[in-house]
Design a protein around this ligand. Structure first.
Ligand code: PLP
Length: 393
């Protein structure tokens, strides 16, 4: 792979490793282990294996390495470690970095499982965690301490789509020596410039836009080569959260088309947000890429586009939201996002059901709120579907 290649070229050819058969499509090395020609070779590989030498699939595998190199090229990271799921990536990144006595500052609006890792798991091992409103730099500043080792946030919060200022939080965190770890799913690797803006570690659920076709769970941790090979790899290879070669092949093929898909999805999301402005059945249309979003200037500076998800607040609460969902003909009711198929979710009764009512209210997860992940279908068809469903509310 040449460093001078542009993104789409890297996404098709980056990381390719060909076998002696010179196959066109990437091979799936569905093997758990690798044979050594001599005992001496085995000994030297265990002592120190090179970048294209493998020992055991939990440690690394050629198909998985192709995926890691290709996603690292997209993100502009030195290296990557692929994981079994997005949560294996979140928990692996955090647990590999932290020890008892460390302090973490995290944004309050988090994916439920991320909240569990921070509140229930890390604290059990003596890590202290403080939560702040991620959009308020003054709160980040006040919460940081001398022993703050990590700050953690989702760049765009689910499902209310508030945006955290990466460069702003990073300069505060770096001033006390803390690392910036971000869950960047909603920003997508296509629009992310997070490392250039100060993130030290970027984590994705590959289940979302990277697969983009709803087939497999996966995740990835991206960062400096020292961090990935020195901190993450020893932790992941010994604790077991590695990606399978078959999943890596699915994710590699997802990366070939991710730029085309995500740009088309973001364009449709913007068209939909625009078409629904001021709709009589809606009290709010939330899309970070639309000029009506309160943080649109930050979005423009930070990622250029608004991503692939819009949120709609339907007047009339849960009954109206359910009537809308049940009237959709193209958009599916489900809970994935970033998929080729458009998907609508009612967060208050599904993904965020567990949260106490007052916490839902403080996060803006109202009974009328619907999250809509915009797919690659024709934008006019999607807008017509949403409008006809709103007419039935
Ligand atoms: C889906 C998701 C995860 C978890 O990913 P899995 O692949 O389901 O484990 C973590 N963070 C965010 C923001 C997500 O959307």
């Amino acid at each position: 792979m040449s460093d001078t290649w542009n993104t789409r070229t890297k996404l098709v050819h980056g990381g390719t490793r060909r076998s002696q058969y010179n196959e066109v499509s990437e091979a799936i090395f569905l093997t758990q282990g690798f044979v050594y020609n001599t005992a001496e070779e085995a000994e030297s590989r265990f002592l120190k294996s090179g970048p294209d030498e493998f020992i055991y699939a939990r440690y690394g595998n050629p198909t998985v390495a192709m995926f890691e190199d290709r996603i690292a090229a997209l993100e502009g990271a030195e290296d990557a470690f692929a994981t079994a799921s997005g949560m294996a990536a979140v928990s692996g990144a955090l647990t590999s970095m932290l020890r008892a006595g460390d302090h973490v500052v995290a944004a309050r609006a988090l994916f439920g499982s991320c909240l569990y890792v921070l509140e229930e798991v890390l604290t059990r091992f003596g890590v202290e965690v403080s939560f702040v409103d991620g959009t308020d730099l003054a709160q980040w500043k006040a919460a940081l301490r001398a022993n703050t080792k990590v700050v953690f946030f989702e760049t765009i919060a689910n499902p209310t789509l508030e945006v955290v200022d990466i460069a702003g939080v990073a300069s505060l965190a770096h001033a006390v020596g803390a690392s910036v770890v971000i869950d960047n799913v909603f920003a997508t690797p296509v629009f992310s410039k997070a490392i250039a803006q100060g993130a030290d570690v970027v984590v994705y659920s590959a289940t979302k836009h990277i697969d983009g076709q709803g087939r497999a769970l996966g995740g990835v941790i991206l960062g400096s080569r020292d961090f990935i090979r020195g901190t993450v790899e020893p932790y992941m290879k010994h604790t077991g959260g590695s990606m399978s070669p078959f999943t890596a092949w699915i994710m590699l093929k997802g990366l070939e088309t991710i730029d085309l898909r995500v740009r088309a999805q973001a364009a449709s999301a913007l068209a939909m947000a625009d078409a629904l402005q001021g709709h009589e059945k809606l009290s709010r249309v939330i899309y970070p890429g639309h000029p009506s979003h309160a943080q649109n200037a930050l979005v423009e500076r930070q990622m250029g586009k608004g991503g692939t998800v819009i949120s709609l607040e339907i007047k009339g609460g849960q009954a109206a939201a359910f009537a809308f969902l049940n009237a959709l003909e193209i958009v599916l009711i489900s809970n994935n996002l970033g998929d080729a198929k458009s998907i609508a979710t009612h967060p208050a009764t599904t993904t965020h059901q567990r949260l106490p009512e007052e916490q839902k209210a403080s996060l803006g997860i109202t009974p009328g709120l619907v999250r809509l992940s915009v797919g690659i279908e024709d934008a006019d068809d999607l807008i017509a579907d949403v409008k006809q469903a709103l007419a039935k509310v």
